[in-house]
Design a protein around this ligand. Structure first.
Ligand code: NAD
Length: 437
């Protein structure tokens, strides 16, 4: 299959290189010329484990290339994927579909012969109908089938997720696309990954329902963790106790500073907006959004309380700035709100992140950045773990204590046990656990 991927970001680049690795001929397109130039020189514009090698292998094998030229790539393709961003629209929280619609127009202008157009971006119900309308309006001669194929990969484990998905959802209303999509995913299909064919609108909704459910699950355990703190119970044991029930499952039951990232916040909001528009409000999700929004700042207050209630003039080291480990993605990271709350209360913040500092500098410009955890801790009155990178899981507490102004650790990811920290003379605060656990 000859495939064009429009948009070479986290999803487009990973999907494109994996399709090439399956044996397809893939051209990744982006309108960001600097991104394409970097990719053409073998530089990967994002941090994603294993991506650099896989890109290099497939470029060498002649199956993967990069361009800003939509015309040539689209005209020569059997399948064109749209993997551009769908951020929250400023002001009202609906998904901003302008990039998707612009891509649809560009595709329509250059498409030749029968072509399957696949929306991989996360888009609200009915977007496929609009993409189809735009294509027909722009080029009435275009012979296309518009398909929905939402992506479920997780940043940080994206290649593994793409190559070993729990399921592949394909929504189509034109049966000509069925054989083409089966061929595109043949290697996974042969490996038993279920291909779930649905109508296009159903497929679009599946993606939002999945993300909203996961966001709700995280928020559920976060509320349980607050209750645990009040009643003297341990949220990690509650998670294990409920997660072992096969009907519930153990994943996404880790209490923490609230969900962030490039998907859950915007997708929950977009779903709530769509549901309101259709007079069928999703109140569980509306509540989830509001609980999570409040939680991030509440984590700032938790740090302030752990430091005795007054942090004016104090220095705080924040470890982990990305929304989760193994990515450089800072979009909607809880660290942003936590740091803001600490600064609002008069503290000075030093931050460190293994991969996210370049992106962090674009979003948080009024903190100091350190080269490692120990440099961040130097002179600090407290150390706060916001993201559970592996390198923070075995900190040298004696060394930290020797450089800090006061030995206070706030662990918002519960990666330590109380006794292994307090035995070094630290005051230790975690999430949803009794103070001696
Ligand atoms: P991203 O911002 O990393 O990448 C989008 C890319 O599209 C950018 O490089 C941008 O320059 C490019 N682009 C925009 N308009 C273009 C056009 N007309 N022609 C060519 N290139 C264009 O975004 P992302 O994180 O990859 O997300 C893409 C979509 O996938 C979103 O809808 C998102 O919700 C969804 N998604 C993301 C993830 C994730 O973990 N990041 C997971 C599943 C689904």
């Amino acid at each position: 299959m000859r495939i064009t991927m429009i948009g070479s970001g986290y999803v487009g680049l990973v999907s494109g290189v994996c399709f090439a690795d399956f044996g397809h001929d893939v051209i990744c397109v982006d309108k960001d010329a600097s991104k394409i130039a970097a990719l053409q020189h073998g530089e990967i514009p994002i941090f994603e484990p294993g991506l650099e090698q896989l890109v290099a292998d497939n470029v060498r094998a002649g199956r993967l290339s990069f361009t800003t030229d939509v015309e040539t790539s689209v005209a020569a393709s059997d399948v064109v994927f749209i993997a551009v961003g769908t951020p929250s629209r400023r002001g009202d929280g609906h998904a901003d579909l302008s990039y998707v619609y612009a891509a649809a127009r560009e595709i329509a202008e250059h498409v030749k012969d029968f072509t399957v157009i696949v929306t991989k971006s996360t888009v609200p119900v009915g977007t496929g109908d609009e993409v189809e309308r735009i294509i027909r309006e722009t080029n009435p001669q275009a012979d296309v089938a518009v398909v929905s194929n939402p992506e479920f990969l997780r940043e940080g484990a994206a290649i593994e997720d793409f190559k070993r998905p729990d399921r592949i959802v394909i929504g189509l209303n034109d049966d000509r696309a069925r054989g083409v999509m089966t061929e595109v995913y043949r290697p996974l299909y042969l490996n038993q990954a279920p291909l779930l064919f649905t109508a296009r609108r159903t497929s679009e909704l599946i993606k939002y329902a999945a993300n909203a459910f996961l966001a709700m699950k995280i928020t559920f355990i976060n509320e349980m963790s607050d209750l645990c703190e009040k009643v003297g119970a341990n949220v990690q044991e509650v998670s294990r106790g409920i997660g072992l029930d096969g009907r519930i499952g153990s994943k996404f039951l880790h209490a923490g500073p609230g969900y962030g990232g490039s998907c859950f916040p915007k997708d929950t909001l977009a779903l709530a907006k769509t549901a309101q528009d259709f007079d069928s409000p999703v109140r569980l999700i509306e509540t989830t959004i509001s609980i999570n929004d409040n939680r991030k700042r509440a984590m700032g207050r938790k740090v302030i309380a752990a430091m005795g209630g007054d942090i004016r003039g104090k220095t705080i080291a924040v470890l982990g700035l990305t929304f989760k480990p193994n990515t450089d993605d800072m979009r909607d990271s809880p660290a942003i709100s936590v740091i803001q709350a600490l600064q609002d209360a008069g503290a000075t913040v030093t931050g460190y992140d293994p991969e996210g500092m370049d992106n962090a500098r674009l979003l948080i410009d009024n903190i100091a950045y350190a080269d490692d955890a120990y440099a961040a801790a130097r002179g600090a009155d407290a150390l706060v773990i916001v993201t559970e990178w592996n390198q923070f899981r075995a900190l040298d507490f004696a060394r930290l204590k020797s450089v800090m102004n006061a030995p206070v650790l706030v662990d918002l990811r519960n990666i330590y046990r109380h006794d292994e920290v307090t035995k070094h003379g630290f005051a230790y605060t975690s999430v949803g656990r009794p103070s001696n656990d």
